[in-house]
Write a protein that binds this ligand. Sequence first.
Ligand code: SAM
Length: 305
Amino acid sequence: MSSSASNVAALLRAGSQTLDGAGSETPRLDAELLLGHVLGVGRATLLAEGDSVVSAGQQETFQRLIERRASGVPVAYLRGLKEFYGLALSVDERALIPRPETETLVGLALDRIAARLTDAPRPADARPLLVWDVGTGSGAICVALAVECRRRGYAGDVAFQASDHSSDALAVATENAVAHGVADAIEFAQADLTDIPGAERADLLVANLPYVPTYVVPTLPVAASFEPRVALDGGADGLAIIRRLLAQLPHAVADDGLALLEIGADQGDPLGAAAGRLLPGWALTIHDDLAGRPRVAELTRDQGA
Ligand SMILES: C[S@@+](CC[C@H](N)C(=O)[O-])C[C@H]1O[C@@H](n2cnc3c(N)ncnc32)[C@H](O)[C@@H]1O
């Protein structure tokens, strides 16, 4: 990147050229996000102020960030945050960067929560619905659900539990819950899947567990190599951990409850085969994401199954 660049437009041009050369798929966007981060302004302001002069110190900071991005570090880790479901979540190397496709699962979960709370009158002494986020990572799903439930006035009607076997991830999730004012609504636990002695069964279990086949992990964009491997690697066919969870659902989900599990776009059929074997009598629906790709498996227990 040229050291003579001094205004916003020139820095963006130089930064995106460097990132283009380094193989970034989104060089211009990356440069805008990083310069906006350095200057403390949003992209709209940045683009409207192409002529603004940038101080030497800020140029240096930007240059360092561009170099780290060119070496593969994800933009979200460089900024320390990622937007997810309208929230700015803190992220760093301790937890997976939440992906936009996971918003499909959040939307479905909110629909199911709303239906449970509003389709039929609830007795005044009904216990809150229990929503359990298994493999919570940065807390993205659980924090987004808790924030939205509070906004809709459901706060007292829904309780959240979030678990992960990574203590690092749980630390990030707790920070995000605190930052978004929902730490009081979420109980965090370190556990292998649903293995929490004495845990109450969930009315709604949500999970975005690792589902990338082991042999695919090394072929992911270099940015993924900065993320925890345990957050990505789903075993030989990608479904090893999800199959273990399927086997646990009868004990982890209430009789009239349901589970929403994120899967890879090509995993609908194998997931269906696994569910048929491990969950006889349960109904499976596969929901598409916004790009029209299979993304969320919804599993409901037929009453009596
Ligand atoms: C794909 S990341 C998803 C994180 C977060 N739910 C999201 O959507 O951004 C998967 C998460 O599952 C956790 N995980 C992997 N295996 C697990 C297991 N056996 N028990 C509990 N958590 C697990 C990882 O530590 C990681 O945080």
